[in-house]
Design a protein around this ligand. Structure first.
Ligand SMILES: Nc1ncnc2c1ncn2[C@@H]1O[C@H](COP(=O)(O)OP(=O)(O)O)[C@@H](O)[C@H]1O
Ligand SMILES: [Mg+2]
Length: 227
């Protein structure tokens, strides 16, 4: 199996870990049929990628077989941010969706125990078309058999349509909302778009909550229902 080393996975601080553990618990209460979960948001930089990987990590730490899929074919940060090292050049989702490689050639076993990863692959001129083809559906259906949880990181739904194409393949979606920067109206719009796809909205994560007016680096995660 292909191997990828995350050379820079930071230990989570206590409050982040606690918040993610309660997110994991809340997910359990959403029911056992929610195996394929997609995270999206209104805008870029609200924390989708950070939350996706951290959620995958806490699920993996709980003994679940988890696969994290980076489906942000436009602005992937995973490889650069976490200093990913692989022996060969990375083959990713865009290679697979364009029919260039098989599934086995894009799944990497990571140095985070129980967590495998599919990287986004190189930028393509037509991400929405690629994500909309039947390859993605087939991939997710197969992964669902092999893993306990499939976590999918996506681009923001408020700015590109890719996520609307991805979510019908998922059991549920979580909306990541950056505290105090996103308007109620923007969230409602994205919620409406998600509802139009028919996907189950599992809830929202209010991210980067600045409790007690602490400096910005003391952000915490929090979760509440979007309904
Ligand atoms: N809970 C958090 N606390 C502090 N910083 C955060 C948190 N979530 C995300 N960030 C930071 O915000 C920036 C954008 O996060 P990222 O996950 O890349 O957003 P997105 O995937 O939505 O574009 C990154 O620099 C990340 O480190
Ligand atoms: Mg991202």
């Amino acid at each position: 199996m292909l191997k990828a080393t995350f050379e820079k996975v930071e230990d989570m601080d206590y409050s982040t870990r606690e918040a993610l553990n309660s997110l994991r618990t809340n997910l359990r209460f959403c029911g056992g049929d929610n195996k394929v979960i997609c995270l999206t948001s209104c805008r870029a930089c609200e924390g989708k990628s950070t939350t996706s990987i951290n959620l995958a990590r806490v699920l993996a730490a709980d003994g679940k077989r988890v696969i994290l899929i980076d489906a942000d074919l436009r602005k992937s940060v995973l490889v650069g941010r976490y200093h990913i090292k692989t022996e060969e050049e990375i083959s990713g989702l865009s290679h697979y969706l364009s029919g260039q490689v098989e599934k086995e050639e894009i799944i990497y076993e990571s140095n985070v125990k129980n967590m495998d990863v599919i990287f986004s692959g190189p930028l393509t001129p037509n991400p929405t078309e690629l994500l909309g083809n039947e390859y993605l559906q087939r991939l997710i259906t197969e992964l669902k058999e092999e893993y306990d949880m499939v976590i999918i990181d996506t681009p923001p739904l408020g700015t590109v349509i890719d996520t609307a194409v991805i979510v019908p393949n998922c059991d549920g979606v979580i909306l990541v909302i950056e505290s105090e920067t996103i308007s109620y109206k923007a969230v409602q719009n994205v919620k409406k778009q998600l509802m139009n796809t028919g996907v189950k909205i599992l809830g929202a994560i209010l991210n980067k909550v600045d409790y007690n007016n602490k400096p910005k680096y003391n952000y915490y995660y929090n979760q509440y229902s979007v309904k």
